[in-house]
Design a protein around this ligand. Structure first.
Ligand code: HEC
Length: 129
């Protein structure tokens, strides 16, 4: 019996790193699904028309924070933040926007590392043209 248990532990020990490695690649489809549930109430990712409550997020990677021209309700805090959105800055912002940019109107947090990476990968996949 103990021999089987030993085999079982060895099997687990070799499987767990493989599962973790497979899970560490961002999943754009999962990011899109999460975005549709938690972000799309306020943010549009359509080519035309802005969001009503929040700025359109097409092409957000590479653009300065608070600079979407159709959105007129940015906080002073975000406009003054001097951030440029990249995979890294978005990933940090979305842990807790108010901690990175105190005074921002952006309320949504994504504490889970994997989910956040997936959403950022989805945002990075959105191009204007
Ligand atoms: C209740 C409405 C609301 C929800 C839900 C929401 N946001 Fe926002 N978001 C905003 C507002 C308002 C701003 C503008 C913040 C400011 O001016 O300080 C913003 C700003 C942003 C910005 C900066 C955009 C720019 O042009 O600088 C990003 C990126 C962002 N949100 C991503 C997300 C993501 C990803 C989610 C889902 C996890 C999400 N938001 C959910 C309202 C929302």
């Amino acid at each position: 019996m103990s021999r089987f248990r030993h085999l079982f532990v060895v099997a687990l020990a070799t499987m767990v790193p493989a599962i973790c490695a497979a899970g560490s690649r961002p999943d754009i489809e999962n990011g899109k699904a999460t975005f549709n549930i938690t972000c799309s109430v306020c943010h549009s990712v359509q080519k035309t028309g802005g969001g009503i409550e929040g700025p359109n997020l097409i092409g957000v990677v590479g653009r300065p924070a608070g600079s979407q021209p159709d959105f007129t309700k940015y906080s002073m805090a975000l406009k003054a933040s001097k951030l440029t959105w990249s995979v890294q800055t978005l990933n940090k912002f979305l842990i807790n926007p108010g901690e990175m940019v105190p005074g921002t109107f952006m309320p949504m947090q994504i504490p889970d590392n994997k989910t956040r990476a997936d959403v950022v990968a989805f945002l990075a996949s959105l191009k204007k043209e």
